[in-house]
Design a protein around this ligand. Sequence first.
Ligand SMILES: *Cc1c(COP(=O)(O)O)cnc(C)c1O
Length: 401
Amino acid sequence: MTRRPDNGNGGGGSGKPLSPATRLVTAGRVPEEQHGFVNTPIYRGSTVLYPNAEKFLHRDAKYTYGTKGTPTTNSLEVAWTELSGATGTVLVPSGLAAIALALLSCLKAGDHLLVPDSVYRPTRNFCDSVLKRFGVETTYYDPLLGGDIASLFKPNTRAVFTEAPGSLSFEMQDIPAIATAAHARDLIVLMDNTWATPLFFPPHARGVDIAIEAGTKYCSGSSDLLLGMVSANDRCWRELRATFDTMAICAGPEDVFLALRGLRTMKVRLEHHQKSALAVARWFASRPEVARVLHPALESDPGHAIWKRDFTGASGLFSIALKPMPDKAAHAFINALTLFGIGASWGGFESLAIPFDCSAFRTATKWTPGGPTIRFHIGLEDVDDLTADLERGFAAMKAIV
Ligand SMILES: *Cc1c(COP(=O)(O)O)cnc(C)c1O
């Protein structure tokens, strides 16, 4: 007898759809196909053998070749699709590869693309280099435009890229308003949803056609893998899957296995990151050295109302703007920290702090925070230990200012 949870949308069982917390545990696992073992193991393979010539000619099998998927990748694709409310998901070797694939799946030469000025900087680089070379024109827009984005539509506009909150600077975008304006013109809406994950922002239910997440961050949760997810709704799934198959940018089996492991505990980790990050953000807000905390879940944040309306949670990543002071004072603050690593990426169990300055690459808006800016990722350490460390940082800063 097969005992399976009813993962459908109320088609059977109690009639009530399973909550995301339960789906994280059950989705993409079929123990009876794995000799009863709880987890799908790492399948490594290029060749898939067929029982006869006819089946080979027609590729008549669930798995046809290593680049097109294995039971390991299928487990995570099925789980992510269920969690995201998508039609399908593909797994690629990094978050940036996910962004590139998503854009290549829906654009062609002569198209015009809209991208928020607050976008993850390597996305901007991809648009300004590869997309430009292949004849796609990009216009950067003020991330706060909302439905007024329609004023930037041109006859050849094909897609609107979004990211909420903005990278480094945390501007909150009104995704439903942008999606409504874009869909009225039959444009495709893409979103980099790495900050919230589908747990805290269900992208497709909010009007996003193609959603991108860097699994490198919270799905891993341990800074030990690189992975990207691209999920699409009915409208965009066929082209996305076809582009993925054509390019064969497939994720590595160990990384997918580790991501499946991370997925099962993603909700408890994210809730802890959220709680600790909010506590540290509030602590920063009370400090005289800090001009502003950039965190949409803080009541004082300009994006708070939109965050509250559209999101069900916040992750562990936010920034602060210091009062006017020399950069070297901010650097002394960071250098004095012992519990915060200095490095790119985030989403692991460990806390991080990096200096940043958006003014060098913004083109549609002005970045004028007034003083030096620092981005923090709050890990799973004890909050009092973290604020004691940050006190040390402020003491080192005071020695310079
Ligand atoms: C880290 C990140 C990515 C890229 O993920 P990688 O796996 O490091 O390539 C994309 N978007 C956002 C918002 C990110 O923070």
